[in-house]
Design a binder for this molecule. Structure first.
Ligand code: MG
Length: 161
């Protein structure tokens, strides 16, 4: 594979929210009455970020690499998915150049912890913190996200040699 030119990837992930689940976003645990339901820890930011970098590298997606039917992945820390995804990206002679993240959720408020999330993403994906951007949005009372029943992350990743 020739990698002289940058490669772009897109990842999107949604999880339903229910009371009594830990709410982890971008590897940062928030204090919240609800949290994502998922086979792993349900971290939509890390799941979408993994799919974005895997997509840019032309590799299998997260669900193919880590099946939600595999008991090994039950309750799993999604940071481990990132480590595995980045191993495959490195084998393709690619690096992450930048990540741009949008999180849509009614709760929790991301702003107080946004810098922590940026630092964690920078660390997990081997990119400078000033090349990671995170935007938090609400669902404006529209659909499941607006009602507070779900959260969604969308990530664009730029990769290059
Ligand atoms: Mg997911």
């Amino acid at each position: 594979m020739t990698n002289e030119l940058p490669r772009i990837g897109l990842g999107i992930d949604v999880h339903r929210l229910e009371p009594g689940r830990p709410f982890i976003l971008g590897g940062v645990r928030f204090d919240c009455e609800v949290g994502p339901v998922g086979h792993s820890d349900g971290d939509v930011v890390l799941h979408a970020a993994c799919d974005a970098v895997l997509g840019a590298a032309g590799l299998d997606d997260l669900g193919t690499l880590f099946s939600d039917r595999d008991p090994e992945n039950a309750g799993r820390d999604s940071a481990e998915f990132c480590v595995q995804a980045m191993k495959l990206v490195a084998q393709s002679n690619l690096k992450v150049w930048s990540l741009d993240v949008v999180v849509e959720t009614e709760h929790p408020k991301l702003k107080p912890r946004r810098d922590e999330m940026r630092a964690r993403l920078a660390d997990l994906f081997g990119v400078a913190v000033d090349r990671v951007n995170i935007k938090g949005k609400t669902g404006e009372k529209v659909d499941a996200i607006g009602r507070g029943d779900a959260c969604r992350a969308t990530v664009v990743a730029l990769l290059g040699p």
